[in-house]
Design a protein around this ligand. Structure first.
Ligand code: HEM
Ligand code: HEM
Length: 142
């Protein structure tokens, strides 16, 4: 159970980061060329959002299965940077990143023009992904 969720969370991380990178590049090009909000723009937005939400659910389950998550919560582990990353920094910062991505999607959906939609998605997906990249356990992954 633990190993399965660990592998799923690691696999989804590749997929999520690849889609977010593609989305950010796509929105930069779309904005600079003043393109319409076409099929690709919408598909990248909804795929990125779904992967973020799926990763959130898998991450929360993993937090309670992993010996590095909730089970390790305590004063001793807080003093160790990698252990603190798993217990608080990674979950907290990544949840904030996912919330920003969701806000961006929601705002873009309600925006009237292609420029506004692309701009909101670029800003919120960009900042959300940047935050998530800051708190990936790079010492052990990929
Ligand atoms: C989009 C958001 C997220 C991304 C891209 C992400 C990515 C990753 C990556 C790359 C690892 C290392 C995997 C490995 O060592 O093979 C990891 C580990 C972990 N993540 Fe996330 N994560 C995200 C969100 C979350 C959230 C929201 C939680 C919990 C609430 C969470 C909990 C964990 C835990 C507990 C581990 C350690 C698992 C273990 O090796 O025992 N993650 N995450
Ligand atoms: C803790 C679990 C979850 C929470 C709190 C959550 C929350 C939300 C919220 C607040 C929105 C609204 C965004 C908007 O304004 O349009 C949304 C949309 C969405 N979520 Fe989640 N979600 C969760 C899990 C999932 C999962 C597991 C998936 C499936 C992969 C998913 C896929 C989607 C999709 C596709 C949309 C966009 C719907 C649309 O087109 O408007 N979510 N979610």
């Amino acid at each position: 159970m633990y190993t399965g969720f660990q592998h799923l969370h690691s696999f989804l991380a590749y997929l999520f980061l690849a889609v977010m990178l593609a989305a950010v590049i796509h929105y930069i090009i779309a904005l600079s060329k003043k393109k319409d909000f076409g099929k690709a723009s919408g598909l990248l937005a909804v795929t990125g959002l779904s992967l973020a939400h799926l990763q959130l659910v898998v991450g929360i389950v993993l937090y309670f299965l992993s010996p590095l998550g909730f089970a390790n919560f305590g004063a001793d582990a807080m003093g160790e940077s990698l252990q603190r990353l798993y217990i608080v920094e990674h979950p907290l910062i990544n949840i904030i990143g996912i919330v920003l991505i969701t806000i961006g999607y929601s705002m873009a959906k309600r925006s009237a023009t292609a420029v506004k939609k692309h701009k909101r998605l670029l800003i919120f997906y960009g900042i959300g992904t940047f935050l998530i990249l800051l708190r990936i356990p790079w010492q052990v992954w990929p």
